[in-house]
Design a protein around this ligand. Sequence first.
Ligand code: NAD
Length: 262
Amino acid sequence: MATPTAKPIIDLSGKIGLVLGIANEHSIATGCAQRFADAGAHLVATYLNDAARPFVEPVTRALPCDLVLPCDVRVDGALESVFAAITSRYGRLDFLLHAVAFAPRDDLHARVTDCSAAGFALAMDVSCHSFIRCARLAEPLMTQGGALLSVSFYGAERVVAHYNMMGPVKAALESSVRYLAAELGPRHIRVNALSPGPIATRAASGIDQFDELLERAARAAPEHQRVSIEDVGTLAAFLASDAGARITGTIIPVDGGQHIMA
Ligand code: NAD
């Protein structure tokens, strides 16, 4: 039986976490950051650019975050500046959430057969290779071990109507999670991806007929319920905490069981 002084199982007090991917209050990164903050973490968050800032700042103010920094992963040196700021403020990092994805609209709406090389490369760079860069920059700061998290989707494994080129991009992200986990395991850095069911966010609105995808997911899921950003955040906080020890290299669905249905 728990004693009054027992720590909660998901305890991030004293831990420092970096959150990339807050666009507004509906972002998956917001649900995760809220759970990280609830569990006692010190947070650093990023915003894409000046246009995004007014939508991000109300979220980061409320959390709260220690540092809020600009970061467009396409800009040379932008990620490096974020890690430099973390190094000078704390000298270490305990966990990181990468909830960042982008695909050019025309390529995203085209068949995979027809997507352009440039669009595919850009989507891979922003949605996949930026996570690899995060891992490389985080490694020297995770001297006591750590946790790296990214966010994937079922469309990586199965063909989901209208998910198109993001399917192969997420498949590459999922494979990167496994390779990073194997390479960084000896340094006690765990690497995992969350795989939420569809959630109405800004990025999701770029997917053609997304409302239909939401409906279909809720119909197919055994509980017939939609996934919330808080559901995803709870798993993220668990994996970021010491409770997630020994869980690495995995892609964990938070989709109400939709993935088990034929
Ligand atoms: P969102 O629009 O709230 O977040 C996407 C984030 O990516 C934004 O904060 C945006 O600023 C950031 N981003 C895009 N290009 C960037 C760049 N060049 N540099 C830095 N940041 C950049 O949408 P979301 O649905 O919360 O997306 C978060 C993650 O969750 C994505 O990886 C997405 O593919 C994944 N995901 C979403 C769903 C869903 O249904 N919403 C389901 C499964 C996985």
